[in-house]
Design a protein around this ligand. Structure first.
Ligand SMILES: [Zn+2]
Length: 275
């Protein structure tokens, strides 16, 4: 049997209408995942209960800020207040579930870490050989508001939020088995927020976005998986990005997960208790 390709599954924008079904599907397949929850989505009791339920099923609930706003637009105080507010809700969900809290993990909405979504990282830190690949990974299909290099103020904002996250108990997610040279040797492995090594672009196949983006259906998304030069490597693990919030996204998620399983990918656990 060929060696499996190990992936960590991260899912953004929980909870949604379909979170219970998503949790049941992943549980049935014995697939662990980290769900990045939005604070504003957990305010009503029914949605909060879905997060509590996911925790009881063994999923890691991570922080995706409150109102899903861009850090470069709303600034330090607003974004960190939103992250703190969201963490309070997540902690309450763990208490209600009676489950020990895992490390605090955070992912920026729109992957805007302070410099806009065009500049997720300083691409100069990526070895030159891989720079185009990494830029494409983050830019693929994203409507960039600007490709102007970040301003000194934006760079400072990025640093300030990183420091705030460290000071407030957030931990980086950079397992040693992720060994892509462009990860290990760049800012990616140092970030205190959770980044990715592969985006499924699953949202492109939802009715709202359909036909407007390079990948038009799940077949295209499977082809993208097959064509990715690093995702097919067995010598490194991968951090995969999927979504929970979109209309009809559950069907897409299920198809992609089954595709991953059929292609000999193995989903690794992401747990580890805090304290
Ligand atoms: Zn999001």
């Amino acid at each position: 049997m060929t060696k499996p390709k190990n992936i960590y599954l991260t899912i953004d924008d929980s909870p949604s209408r379909d979170t219970d079904k998503l949790v049941d599907f992943l549980s049935a397949q014995q697939i662990p995942a980290m769900l990045f929850a939005r604070g504003a989505f957990m305010e009503d009791q029914e949605s909060f209960a879905k997060i509590v339920r996911a925790i009881k099923h063994g999923f890691v609930i991570a922080n995706h800020s409150y109102a899903h706003e861009r850090t470069s637009e709303i600034g330090f105080k607003n974004q960190t207040d939103q992250i703190a507010k969201t963490q309070t809700i997540i902690d309450r969900a763990y208490d209600e579930a009676g489950v020990q809290k895992p490390p605090r993990y955070f992912r920026f909405p729109h992957l805007d870490r302070g410099c806009g979504n065009a500049w997720v990282i300083d691409f100069e830190t990526v070895p030159a050989l891989y720079r185009d690949f990494v830029q494409n990974m983050f830019w693929d299909g994203v409507r960039l508001e600007s490709k102007e290099p970040p301003t000194p103020a934006q760079l400072q904002l990025k640093t300030d939020v990183q420091n705030w996250l460290k000071d407030n108990g957030f931990q980086k997610f950079s397992p040693p088995d992720i060994t892509h040279p462009w990860w290990v040797e760049s800012e990616l492995s140092q970030a205190i927020d959770v980044l990715i090594t592969y985006s499924t672009s699953d949202w492109m196949a939802t009715p709202r976005h359909l036909g407007k983006w390079p990948y038009r259906n799940t077949d295209d998304l499977c082809q993208k998986i097959e064509n990715d030069p690093f995702l097919q490597k067995t010598d490194s693990s991968h951090i995969i990005l999927m979504h929970d919030d979109r209309e009809e996204s559950l069907t897409i998620t299920q198809k992609l997960i089954m595709y991953f399983l059929n292609q000999n990918f193995r989903f690794l656990p992401l747990t580890g208790a805090r304290e």
